[in-house]
Design a protein around this ligand. Structure first.
Ligand SMILES: *Cc1c(COP(=O)(O)O)cnc(C)c1O
Length: 459
């Protein structure tokens, strides 16, 4: 077949206008927000790559399903459709709807995790970590060493390192390891996939010790596509077959439908253990809602049920993964350092390498993110010392392991020319990287400071 561009597998059916704030307006917005991109109004942004969570475009079939949502308090038809789709996809008997992924985490850990327990994961997402720690547990990240090296190429950088998993169980004893989790794709590690072979190896360890294995399944479809492309024996399998095999190796999952549910809100907890499910439902009723809606409207469950079906279409996944790789290739071809290979949902620029004149204590990731916005109206997210820096014993700050800017791509929301525009902005800013200056914090909260901190440029 001749080479052809992989096109967006949809026509645009409804559009939302973008405002084009001038550079003066963007500079004023930066002064107003203390150079914190979380403080911007969305209308002050031209291309918003802050997150891929809940920011995707829904399909006409999702909207059609929403119109037919059943808002009955108990026993809604929309719940049964949602339940059937999740059961068919995951094979899990018990399906509990929740308003988003962290609610599933909070409920599951409240049932399973006791103070002093250790929960191993390839890399905990920040809400997952916070919910383990909130229970008095330790959230232990056991990704393979290759997963910690930004420039190193490896097909499955999200894999869990099985030896330290064994060592953790030996150290703590089975009673202190209530579950093992694997995050697909590994969001906090750059959206990198986990192989089926690795899932099988982790399953074997869990079986030997009788420990349940759960998937943090937020990007299960993107992970399945990487397995199809990269793992021997899967090229001819459908994404649905691969996803089902992934779920079949585990005892349950937590899911945010704001990612691979292709919905703007929603999620679920699904599992096989009827007794654990019963205790989870008791907690659900306490804070989320009755077990046939779990904090969602009937129409939300319709949108998720349809989204979970569309997300496994090959044309969609081929376009999705290609469009992220396309941005990474353009940036890499210009010689700009980034996390390699491209992840499933985002491109991560390596600000520490790009801006050697700015020390971590002056937040090179924030300097780059602010300049991408000032220059081109593009909003990314700093994932570096502003987010993860910790005060050291002598009062100075311990920097984060990496200084990154994440450009997360919302699903089905932007076209190739938006992405071309983003690449042009990144390349223009990188060409005058040596003129960028660092920042210092002038105001910060005691925790999760990156959301609200105010900063000013170092003169
Ligand atoms: C988004 C996300 C969550 C939490 O889901 P929310 O819907 O934001 O609560 C958990 N784990 C991973 C890997 C995620 O990406």
């Amino acid at each position: 077949m001749p080479f052809r561009t992989i096109i967006e597998p949809f026509r645009i059916h409804s559009v939302q206008a973008i405002d084009f704030p001038t550079v003066e307006q963007r500079e004023a917005a930066l002064r107003r927000t203390g150079h914190n991109l979380f403080g911007l109004h969305a209308d002050e942004i031209i291309v918003d790559l802050l997150t891929d969570s809940g920011t995707g475009a829904m399909s006409s079939r999702q909207w059609a399903g929403m119109l037919d949502g059943d808002e009955s308090y108990a026993g809604s038809r929309s719940f049964y459709r949602f339940r059937d789709v999740v059961q068919d996809l995951t094979g899990f008997a018990e399906v509990i709807p929740v308003h988003q992924g962290r609610a599933a985490e909070r409920i599951l850990f409240e049932v399973l995790v006791e103070p002093g327990d250790v929960v191993p994961n390839n890399t905990h997402f920040d809400t997952t970590r916070a919910n383990v720690e909130h229970r008095g547990g330790e959230a232990r990240d056991l990704v393979i060493p290759e997963g910690r090296d930004p420039a190193l190429i490896h097909p499955f950088k999200g894999n869990m390192d099985v030896e330290p998993l064994e060592a953790t169980i030996a150290e703590m004893g089975r009673e202190r390891v209530p579950l093992v989790m694997v995050t697909v794709t590994n969001n906090s590690g750059g959206g990198q996939p986990v192989s089926m072979a690795n899932l099988r190896a982790v399953r074997a360890v869990c079986d030997r010790h009788g420990i349940p294995l759960f998937l943090d399944a937020c990007r299960f479809a993107e992970n399945a596509w990487f397995i199809k492309l990269r793992e021997e024996g899967y090229a001819e399998r459908t994404p649905r077959e691969i996803a089902r095999e992934m779920f079949s190796l585990t005892d349950g999952c937590t899911m945010s439908a704001k990612k691979d549910g292709l919905a703007n809100i929603g999620g679920f907890l699904a599992l096989n253990d009827a007794d654990v499910a019963r205790r989870c439902r008791d907690l659900l009723i306490l804070t989320e809602g009755f077990p046939t809606y779990g904090g969602l409207a009937g129409y939300d469950m319709e949108a998720v049920a349809q989204g979970l079906t569309e997300v496994l279409e090959e044309n969609y996944l081929r376009y999705r993964i290609r469009s992220v790789a396309y941005l990474a290739e353009k940036v890499e071809r210009a010689g700009i350092p980034l996390v390699r290979p491209a992840g499933g949902h985002a491109v991560y620029l390596d600000a520490r390498t790009l801006l050697p004149q700015i020390p971590p204590s002056q937040y090179p990731g924030q300097a780059l993110a602010v300049e991408l916005y000032r220059d081109g109206g593009v909003r990314g997210a700093e994932i570096g010392s502003l987010m993860f820096g910790r005060p050291g014993p002598d009062g100075t700050e311990i920097p984060a392991a990496m200084e990154l800017v994440r450009l997360a791509i919302p699903r089905r929301a932007y076209t190739q020319s938006h992405i071309d525009f983003v690449a042009e902005v990144v390349i223009d800013v990188a060409e005058r990287a040596d003129s960028l200056r660092g920042f210092r914090i002038v105001e910060q909260a005691p925790w999760l400071r990156h959301f609200t901190a105010r900063l000013e440029p170092v003169s």
